[in-house]
Design a protein around this ligand. Structure first.
Ligand SMILES: Nc1ncnc2c1ncn2[C@@H]1O[C@H](COP(=O)(O)OP(=O)(O)OP(=O)(O)O)[C@@H](O)[C@H]1O
Length: 274
């Protein structure tokens, strides 16, 4: 479990990026932080692995205050996947995936064997192991990025707009792949996106943010859709609804998200109290 308690972050230039943020991110669930540009999503995500340090407040992972953990150690046990994959251009795919295990002292042969397994896990053909990132498509590069994030077998996987730069069809594919992975791997995933549809599709817990990391609403997709907490939330989800017209329907006793064409838009969400 990741717990933020009254966390604030003021950058050196005086910008208050996060103002008194408190939230629990339960273990083995996907928490999605969604909000417009500048709402503090990336800053919040980066505080978990101490790429950014909070100015005040406490952040704990399974009861351990992250400020007491050495940042490099912390980063070697938390997976991090970013937009544009962040791959090292002059290293082959297999070496990119094996980077952090190698830094952790895993022998090369073992790290490479594991990297090949991870290529299977994320749906990449092993033939691509010897290629360089520029020789892959955007979607394939993102898969390598996910494999690299998983390489240390972290309990926590941080994903910062990982599918933001690929076309909508590839994006839909990667989203489905992540849902499958999450069922298989059971990680605590923290996912940042601008896209409310993506948030509702992937999130067990969705947190809608306003400027300064202020929580406009948090809950399951079904809770938020059924009961937007404010005009801000209503318009935030409404802007996307024009495109998708998401709604909740009950099919065979389970609540599901359905788009305007009647297709399943989201995974099954647990039926809550009526
Ligand atoms: N290193 C920094 N120095 C000063 N201000 C910063 C720094 N990093 C971020 N900020 C500011 O903090 C606020 C929150 O930024 P952050 O990147 O967390 O937002 P975001 O919601 O992730 O935005 P986006 O969706 O555009 O990535 C913004 O006003 C941003 O300009």
């Amino acid at each position: 479990m990741i717990e933020f308690r009254s966390i604030s972050k003021r950058f050196d230039d005086g910008t208050l990026a996060v103002d008194d943020f408190s939230l629990i991110m339960p273990s083995r669930q996907t928490t999605v932080l969604v909000g417009s540009s500048g709402s503090g999503k990336t800053t919040l995500l980066r505080m978990i692995n101490r790429m950014v340090d909070a100015t005040s407040g406490e952040l704990e992972i399974d009861g351990e205050n992250v400020s007491t953990i050495e940042p490099v150690q912390l980063r070697r046990r938390i997976g991090y996947v970013m937009q544009n994959s962040g791959l090292l251009p002059h290293r082959r795919v297999i070496d990119n995936i094996a980077t952090v295990p190698r830094l952790n002292g895993v022998p090369k042969k073992q790290a490479h064997a594991r990297a090949l397994e991870l290529m299977d896990t994320v749906g990449l053909d092993r033939d691509m192991a010897e290629r360089y990132p520029a020789q892959l498509s955007g979607g394939q590069q993102q898969r390598v990025g996910v494999a690299r994030g998983l390489a240390v077998d972290p309990n926590i996987l941080l994903m910062d707009e990982p599918f933001g730069a690929v076309d909508p069809i590839v994006r839909a594919d990667l989203q489905q792949e992540l849902l499958r992975l999450q069922r298989e791997l059971d990680k605590t995933v923290v996912f940042v996106t601008h896209d409310i549809d993506e948030a509702f599709l992937l999130g067990d817990q969705v947190v809608i943010l306003e400027k300064g990391g202020r929580i406009a609403q948090k809950g399951t997709p079904a809770e938020i859709l059924a009961n937007p907490a404010s005009d801000f939330v209503a318009s935030f989800i409404g802007a996307e609804r024009g495109k998708r017209a998401l709604s909740i329907q009950t099919i065979d006793g389970a609540q599901v998200l359905v788009d305007g064409d009647g297709n399943l838009a989201g995974r099954l969400v647990e039926a809550g109290p009526a």
